[in-house]
Design a protein around this ligand. Sequence first.
Ligand code: PXG
Length: 464
Amino acid sequence: MTTITNHMPTAELQALDAAHHMHPFSTNASLAEDGVRVITRAKGAYLFDSEGEKILDAMAGLWCVNIGYGREELPEVAARQMRELPYYNTFFKTTHVPGIALAAKLAELAPGDLNHVFFAGGGSEANDTNLRMVRTYWAEKGQPDKNIIISRENAYHGSTLGASSLGGMSGMHAQGGVVPNIHHIGQPNWWAEGSNMSPEEFGLARARELEEAILELGEDRVAAFIAEPVQGAGGVIVAPDTYWPEIQRICDKYEILLIADEVICGFGRTGNWFGSQTVGITPHIMTIAKGLSSGYAPIGGSIVCDEVAEVISKAEFNHGYTYSGHPVAAAVALENLRILEEENILDHVRDVAAPHLKKKWEALADHPLVGEARIVGMMASIALTPDKANRAKFASEPGTIGYICREHCFANNLIMRHVGDRMIISPPLVMTPADIDEMFVRIHKSLDEAHAEIIEKGLMKAAS
Ligand code: PXG
């Protein structure tokens, strides 16, 4: 492999970055002070930085590099497609072969009658599509007032104004406002919010908030419910077992469209092609992105069921992106799906990687800093706590302890993220047991060091 090594010294790159590059979800002034890490290349589950450090990427980039870094087939396909047809649109009575082939392949992989694909550049755009699509669906059926979408607090559905309005991140709502007619119910986060209910009771109670909201808002006003099968960016929140069957019952009873946001859960992350299959739901629309191309090219979309697609097909749908179904991104995604399928990577997840990870992950609950340890397939979280018997929160500002822990991970060349005081991972699906063992060496070291620092600073204190 040829490697670009003749880049500028790290300090110069950092200075240029600080001067000109605005980073997402960051306080850019303090980033500029601290200096960013410059990632220069990657292979398998490992990143390399401009200082030559080798870093274990337990987040698969941003939950997306499912097949791992450095697969030669994808750049080859991309180069071939760029030479043949680098770009054309699908707007005006035209189409192209990669777009056709990818839509057909997704219809084959998706469960039930999810047979139609509307492409987007990523997950946020796809959720904006969904917002317009479900409202258009009910308007076409003569119910234009059936336009409220119910979502959940602490959900993440993307960063555009539409997608972030669907999401339940209050910090995002505060910057730039929200799209009207979106209503939020509570999230099924038993550890943080279950008070003295059992997980099963709490799962039912949180699902029934959907029914209560529908009854309060009016059945004739609610168009759809959107949710991630497992909340990702919210902290890998795994709902209690009672939750999803009740959600499905309520959507069926009140004829509410169910949108499963599969941007993280899709393409093997939970051990099935889609998280909906893992949690046992039948959505009308699935949002896809990330693992669709393993992050090698930006592409997302909505996979839509026969009924919704048929109704939409009768109207002119005034919606689309320049890069909807971009031929290079579509060709790369197809090649990624071929690798996932032909190399039986889902079997590897189910039979090898996820069971190995699960055994070790659940044992983390014995660590003095760790409360619950949750895992589904290859996405997992731990809740840090000063007092696990009482599921206590820390007295410090939320996120303080998680940040300390993350800094130790970073120093130990491990990318493990924090969301508040939860630590999360979502590693490449192709991790071997040896990679996983190496990851746990770094996790244990980081947790132990974080624990020592937290004690030393007098922060091992519960909120009153
Ligand atoms: N839905 C879900 C469930 C996501 O996780 C999106 C939609 C938006 O996709 P795009 O491709 O537009 O980014 C996402 C993206 C984090 C983090 O901090 C997570 C995402 C994006 C950025 C940061 O964990 N998920």
